[in-house]
Design a protein around this ligand. Structure first.
Ligand code: ADP
Length: 506
């Protein structure tokens, strides 16, 4: 049996999962690491914490493999696939491998004013054209610029070629290879706001705009392909006394899209975690959005890259957390399903969970939450149901934006993430969209996607078609609402959204 070790480096934990050649999850181990909040709006990680947690999760996972399948199973471990929190920015010393500052995490807002200034200079359009991204502090460019300007001697050292910049994938690759490889894959590069997604190269004009010396940049490689091998001493403690090929790399949402087998243009997935992330494969065409979606590289194998449209909802499963912690009408997230199912409808009540503003397609930072339509008959059950509908209706708005931008009608939506355990939520999602919602058997789609990318590169699988054949559905939710019901729901929702907008005064 052949195995792939998938490293899933997330925002709060590092996970290592071993998949077998049938695409089944064999063993996994996760390790949390420290979140650093130096001041309001700032979020950092110690890059060494990221590395150590990822390394020890990998050792633990390999040890579990030995425990369950015997020491000989280690011989079957033929490749590593990496997937990671995106945009988080690391800058380290090329010769010692020591970070020169904490990693600045994607959530960090310290460069928001810099982005506003660039917007005022009229730079947003060019940036969107080249990178597919909305000008925002979220992406790596202004974070790297901040490091170069604020860490003593960083800029001169960077110009001399003494420093390496990378997103978390690059950092892990560098550490795994004991400093031999400084590379990133196209999907991660496409989130830096320095990479031209059409020419597939670092963009000179953007490097000049953000004052980034080219000497700090990693080389850019395909998402599926051998890019190096691990230091042979790295996993010695587990009994594995050789190197492993590093053969797959993709940002977390892109990897999940691959893990969901969205290989064909016009296929899409939505992940229901704290927020919701929807990605749609648009094939070899990079579609420029008119509806505030991001255009991003999904992945690349031996040929041209696959492009995706991406949209996000800030309050997905977090809406259910609010029912639990804010309203305290449930004591754990899983209780929401029974409570919401105790009524047959929302009785014309709508919750717009714009607690931190609205994401795609509105991008309204001044919107705030509203609960509208209550009567004397409104109960906590109606509110719980309205909360579930809100997750679905927000996702439906992203879904509509994708169809409008791409001109492609989506025939189903593949789903993953913690909240997809909720069958009522999934049924409501199918009803609101008017297309089937498909929940796969393996819901660890992010890690699975990284394993797929690596396994394809080393010949564990011959083709995407082979993967599609082994990808299994847990349950398919068919829509049951009539068109009239669906349209009426969407209309009322839009009215409720209007009431949430521009609440915070500038
Ligand atoms: P993340 O990766 O963002 O931490 P997960 O994929 O682990 O998120 O999903 C956790 C989220 O799903 C939480 O916001 C939680 O409130 C929500 N959630 C968990 N179980 C349910 C459920 N049965 N119904 C609805 N939401 C749920």
């Amino acid at each position: 049996m052949k195995y792939i070790l998938a490293l899933d480096q997330g925002t709060t934990s590092s996970r290592a999962i071993v998949f077998d050649e049938a695409g089944r999850l064999v063993v996994s181990h996760a390790q949390e690491f420290r979140q650093i909040f130096p001041q309001s709006g700032w979020v950092e990680h110690d890059a060494n914490d990221i590395w150590h947690s990822q390394w020890s999760a990998s050792c633990a996972s390999l040890a579990l493999l030995v425990k369950s399948h015997g020491g000989a199973a280690l011989e079957g471990v033929c490749a590593i696939g990496i997937t990671n929190q995106r945009e988080t920015t690391v800058l380290w010393d090329r010769s010692t491998g020591e970070p020169i500052y904490n990693a600045i995490v994607w959530q960090d807002r310290r460069t928001a004013a810099r982005c506003d200034a660039l917007r005022a200079q009229g730079k947003a359009k060019t940036i969107q054209k080249k990178t597919g991204l909305v000008l925002d502090a979220y992406f790596s460019a202004t974070k790297l610029e901040w490091l170069l300007d604020n860490v003593p001697t960083a800029r001169v050292r960077a110009e001399r070629g003494e420093l390496c910049f990378g997103t978390v994938d690059s950092w892990l690759i560098y550490k795994l290879t004991a400093g031999k490889v400084h590379a990133t894959d196209v999907s991660n590069a496409s989130r830096t706001m320095l990479f031209n997604i059409h020419t597939l190269a670092w963009d000179k004009e953007l490097l000049a705009l953000f004052n980034i010396p080219a000497a700090v940049l990693p080389s850019v490689v395909p998402s599926s392909g051998v890019l190096g091998e691990t230091d042979p001493a790295l996993f010695e403690s587990t009994g594995l006394k050789r190197s492993i090929l590093i053969a797959g790399v993709a940002g977390d949402q892109q990897a999940a899209t691959f893990g969901q087998n969205c290989f064909a243009p016009g296929t899409a997935k939505n992940t229901y975690g704290t927020g919701c992330f929807m990605l749609m494969n648009t094939g070899t065409t990079a579609v420029t959005s008119e509806n505030q979606l991001l255009t991003t590289i999904g992945w690349q194998g031996t040929g041209k890259p696959a492009y995706c449209l991406e949209g996000s909802v800030f309050m997905g499963g977090a809406t259910v957390q609010w029912l639990r912690d804010g309203l305290q009408i449930i004591s754990k997230a899983s209780e929401v399903e029974a409570l919401a199912a105790s009524v047959t409808g929302v009785d014309d009540c709508y919750l717009v969970p714009a607690f931190t503003g609205l994401g795609t397609p509105h991008w309204d930072g001044f919107a705030r939450g509203v609960l509208v339509g209550m009567t004397r008959g409104t109960t906590r059950a109606h509110i719980a149901r309205a909360a579930l509908e809100a997750i679905c209706l927000q996702s439906a708005d992203v879904f509509s934006a994708m169809q409008a931008d791409s001109g492609i009608a989506l025939s189903e939506l593949r789903v993953d993430g913690g909240a997809t355990a909720n069958n009522l939520l999934m049924q409501l999602q199918a009803d609101v969209l008017g297309v089937p919602v498909v929940r796969p058997l393996v819901t660890e789609t992010t890690a699975l996607g990284a394993a797929y990318l690596a396994g394809l590169a080393v010949g564990v699988w011959a083709s995407a078609a082979e993967l599609s054949a082994q990808w299994a559905v847990d349950r398919r939710f068919e829509p049951v609402w009539s068109d009239a019901e669906r349209l009426c729901k969407q209309e009322r929702w839009s009215e409720a959204v209007e009431r949430s907008r521009a609440w915070v005064k500038k």
